[in-house]
Design a protein around this ligand. Sequence first.
Ligand code: SF4
Length: 258
Amino acid sequence: MGATGIEWTRGPNGEQGYTFNPWIGCTRVSPACDHCYAAGAAIKLGVEWDAQPRSVSESSWQAPLALNRKAAREGVRFRVFTGSMCDVLDKNASTPDRHRLWSTIEATPNLDWMILTKRPQLAGRYMPKPWWRGEWPRNAWFGFTAENQKEFDRRWSWAREVPAPLIFVSAEPLLEAYTLPDDAAKIGLFIVGGESGRLADCRPTPDGAFDFMRFQCIRLGIPFFMKQLDQINHRGFYKKFDRFPMRLQVREQPRILV
Ligand code: SF4
């Protein structure tokens, strides 16, 4: 577990955000994975990608419990993005590790877990049955990646059934403008970003696509978070919030269902 600079993990008062990986390793499933950052980072750790993930150490598992105690002591909440080096619904993950993740979330009520997946179709199979029967933890937020219309439509058809207090979307990398249906109004946070990484690999976000998503979020009342522009078209300033077009200088807080 570690502190992260990922802007959407910060709390409403600027509280530090964190990442936690219950294992390391994943398998590519859609165009958003083509230039997976984690796959490159994993090489340095000796983890093979598109293969069996590797478990993490016991001390890693203790870290969220310690962070939960710190949050309680300080009277704040911290957000934890899981996972940045894996997908928690990956079918290749070990069952004990996955069960331990759910137990850890239940044992850390002072942390808000931002569970982000590209496999929402497996939530029903792998997430705890009691969660689906009225016991979904308040601190388990559920998100999915949607880089284009096809992936949004497919993944939303599963994610909209998830009874989490917050469903969020990560449209990063945004590869095309796409249409949100009216029932997407229940999405509590829509994060948008262009592709970054090795410049030669970066795909552009088509002209007007960021604006198109922003306008739809306004229409549907969905909180919008502009993370970054696409690197290929905005070299040198794609991450600089104050250099974004004024209409895209928007970073709203999530709307959590009560
Ligand atoms: S799901 Fe995420 S971690 Fe897994 S390969 Fe795709 S981008 Fe990488």
